[in-house]
Design a protein around this ligand. Structure first.
Ligand SMILES: Nc1nc2c(c(=O)[nH]1)N[C@H]1C(S)=C(S)[C@@H](COP(=O)(O)OP(=O)(O)OC[C@H]3O[C@@H](n4cnc5c(N)ncnc54)[C@H](O)[C@@H]3O)O[C@H]1N2
Ligand code: MOO
Ligand SMILES: [Mg+2]
Length: 428
């Protein structure tokens, strides 16, 4: 039996990233763009606001006419018109004339100030609407100027940016009825193992329910890709080869779970050989997920993730997620890295770099990360509350509560460019 040579995590991620590929583009209606990644930069083709407008309900005036106003000597204006948002007052406003104006309406020609309704007194005289004010208003008072928010030509959204609700607002502002986004990468999922039952089946001796497939399908969606689920397959070499071959025709990349270790029924190594896929690595100096194997055939990636649920979960986030986000031109495709305070002792020794599933939260402005439970590679229970991995570099005897540790955040949309440099052993 060939002895597997563990490689450092960063080296493994590099080897996978060498196979990154760009996704194709497609146009989707604006209403379906939220949560996608934009395929072109968005440049402002007009100013926002596109015209000088009123930020208040009140009266538009010529500031010069208010110069003499005081509480003893209010100045009165003739109200010559009224405009709501969406309309334009098309006369030129003259001496001691005012236009009743609503929030969002364009400033009439001749006017250079808006007086809030609350500061005015409105009355009727000789069947003529009038308004008076008791103080002077400088030119420019209460005007929202053309271009004060966005100037024409400004790049507002970079290619590869995640489309969040604020981006949606900008897309609508600039008339994107159809939005250029990256086509979702299609990722095949296949579970292997003769012990696997579907969630709807009753338990039987020696069998377990297939949880990894459902977990990974959700991870794929969280990362922004599309799932193609091929089901579960028993440990039968010929059957698996045939189905892996078939699946590869239908997806951009394929993830399998289980069968990558050295057991008699761990067939993934034989499958890669049979289909002529080149194994990029089959052992990573990490826990869980040391058996994570990645292979490539004609540029197409095959991720052989561990059958152990926690190992499978970690393998996905470290190796598959950044490939997805890179396909979308996202500049921060990896998990977001932060420093946190370890919230609880972690006494296990670490020959390999350990990714402890953890719950991270803020306490008085400080990020704290607490291991989320049973920590074996086989653990399924600790994943539900995990929103971070605590990264404990190898070669240590354990960590104590209060130490500063590196964490990778799982539910953060921002990500990081490359989190793998200079991860220090924890310190106080
Ligand atoms: N002699 C050695 N044995 C093992 C080694 C080793 O280096 N030498 N590595 C261990 C490590 S580390 C891991 S991790 C596992 C990896 O196992 P495989 O990837 O080959 O996965 P399986 O053998 O198929 O299953 C392992 C475990 O996970 C359960 N499983 C499998 N699929 C699913 C699924 N879809 N949902 C839920 N659980 C699943 C399976 O029943 C097993 O209990 O190997 C160690 N052994
Ligand atoms: O690959 Mo295993 O997950 O290290 O426990
Ligand atoms: Mg095995």
């Amino acid at each position: 039996m060939e002895k597997r040579q563990p490689i450092p995590v960063a080296e493994a991620v590099h080897r996978v990233m060498d196979y990154a590929f760009p996704a194709k583009k497609e146009l989707v209606p604006l209403t379906q763009a939220h949560g996608r990644f934009i395929a072109e930069a968005v440049r402002a083709d007009h100013d926002v606001p596109a015209f000088d407008r009123s930020p208040y309900d009140g009266y538009a005036i010529r500031s010069i006419d208010s110069k003499e106003a005081s509480s003893e000597h209010p100045v009165r204006f003739q109200v010559v018109g009224e405009i709501g948002a969406g309309y334009v007052y098309d006369e030129v406003v003259g001496h001691r004339q005012a236009v009743r104006i609503m929030t969002g309406a364009p400033i009439p020609q001749g006017c250079d100030a808006v007086v809030m309704l609350e500061l005015t007194h409105t009355f009727e005289e000789n069947q003529q609407m009038c308004m008076s004010i008791k103080r002077n208003f400088e030119a420019g008072t209460n005007i929202s100027y053309k271009g004060e928010d966005v100037q024409q030509g400004a790049v507002l959204i970079e290619k590869g940016q995640y489309i969040n609700p604020g981006v949606m607002a900008l897309l609508a502002t600039f008339g994107y009825e159809q939005v250029p986004v990256f086509r979702k990468t299609v990722i095949g999922v296949m579970a292997t193992g003769s012990e696997l039952l579907d969630p709807g089946e009753p338990l039987q001796p020696g069998k377990i329910r297939n949880s990894n497939a459902y977990m990974m399908m959700a991870q794929i969606e969280r990362a922004g890709a599309e799932v193609k689920y091929f089901g579960k397959f028993s440990d039968d070499l010929e059957l698996c080869i045939e189905n892996v071959e078939k699946a590869l025709q239908e997806v951009d990349m394929l993830i399998t779970t289980g069968g990558v270790s050295v057991g008699d029924y761990d067939y993934l190594p034989a499958i890669y050989e049979a289909i002529n896929a080149k194994v990029l690595f089959n052992k990573v100096a990490m826990r869980p997920g040391s058996v994570t194997t990645v292979a490539a055939r004609e540029g197409q990636l095959l991720f052989g993730l561990s059958g152990n649920p926690s190992a499978c979960y970690v393998g996905f986030e470290l190796f598959v997620r950044p490939i997805i986000r890179t396909a979308y031109s996202n500049s921060q495709p990896h998990l977001r890295r932060e420093q946190a305070i370890l919230g609880k002792d972690f006494t296990k020794a670490n020959p390999f770099t350990r990714f402890v599933r953890a719950h991270a939260y803020y306490e008085k402005g400080q990020l704290v990360a607490v291991p989320s439970g049973f920590d074996k590679s086989s653990a399924v229970s600790s994943l539900a509350s995990a929103n971070a991995f605590i990264v404990l570099p190898g070669g240590s005897r354990g960590y104590e509560k209060g130490m500063s540790v590196t964490v990778l955040l799982l539910e953060d949309l921002q990500g990081s460019e490359w989190p793998w440099d200079n991860i220090e052993k924890s310190y106080r």
